[in-house]
Design a protein around this ligand. Sequence first.
Ligand code: UDX
Length: 433
Amino acid sequence: MKLSVFGCGYLGAVHAAAMASLGHEVVGIDPDATKIAKLSAGQTPFFEPGLPEILASSLGSGRLTFTTDPAAAAGADVHFIGVGTPQRRDGAGADMTYVNQAVADLLPHLRPGALVVGKSTVPVGTAARLAATVAPTGARLAWNPEFLREGFAIKDTIEPDRLVYGVAPDTKDEDTAILDAVYAAAIGAGTPRIVTDYATAELVKVAANSFLATKISFINAMAEIAEVTGADVTQLADAIGHDARIGRRFLNAGVGFGGGCLPKDIRAFTARAEELGRGESVAFLKQVDEINLRRRQHVVDLVVSSFGGQVFGHRVAVLGLAFKPDSDDIRDSPALDVAVRLKGLGAEVISHDPEAMDNARRMHPQLAYADTVDAALDGAEAVVVVTEWKQYRQLDPRETAAKVARPVIFDGRNVLDPAAWRAEGWTYTGMGR
Ligand code: UDX
């Protein structure tokens, strides 16, 4: 099929490359000329395992092109909207500028029978509004939320857990058939598919992310209780996780969640529910957000108290800046936040991250960045692990002790073995364990 993808950020670039790798003819469209030049040359604007490979093969096959010109969408049967919906600068709601602009750019190039497919995470009600906007062209609109995780974006796109189609009731069968043809590979592999209305499809995405955020804040709340009772939240998570109704995944306590989705999605959902007069239904999401943000300060407080209440002038190695491993994304990153807060208190912060240092340096030039883990550890009076990159999980307690000035470590992701570190003379502090 011929597809266009509006937006070549995380979602759009991955979607475009993945769809081309499945055999579709795809044009990726984005107003950012630098991004388009990079993608056209086979360079990924962000770190995502596997993306360079499928980008190269899809460009090589001739089925994938990138352009800044919305007119290139004209010949496509299906037009995906995969632009960002960040948090508004002036509030908690979603900034719809990019979605509205993408639809406006696409409108003159729509032909009767074409299907516009929204993938961006939007406030419920958006699809109905946009369907009315595209209707005069004879094109139709569907909402097809995306559930990809950074670090697993290619797999999540090509082999999703489920497909959700929000379609207009009177064209349900035609629109479902078009989306089934786009996702023929996943459908053929037996992927569950839910065909529903616009509002449900829009809500599925924010409900899923709200649930995941709640799960993480739940276990972090348990960590707070563990901290005052001497209990171990990791064992608690293992024990409750054996109950299949609860499940062990997304029950890792630590510095909490960040990234370009969970934090802004729960805030936008709260704002939208309030607009709809149902703020109380999701009022708990404010607590989920608060618990989450408290965990960052908790790590900072622990570091400060290890110096007797004053961190000024002390050298602290912060290992990790990305919001999670296998990503260079620093949006709303708890790790970066911890580094910035410690620096703000006068600590001599030396940060390291295998992939996110360039992004962090652009935003926070006041931090010091070490090229290697060893350079970050050298002479450190405290070590803080805030992103669970493999190379930090594999640090050897004895070798690490020889590099630092004071063997004090804070395990912000509960990924180190406390006994092994204590056996080498370290003062080890985990999160709620
Ligand atoms: C998330 C959703 O998982 C995905 O389905 C959606 O499409 C986009 O948002 P992503 O932002 O890539 O994906 O990250 P995710 O793997 O969900 O992790 C989010 C944050 O939660 C990270 O900061 C991670 O460190 C943190 N986290 C995750 C925990 O603190 N504890 C856990 O147990 C799991």
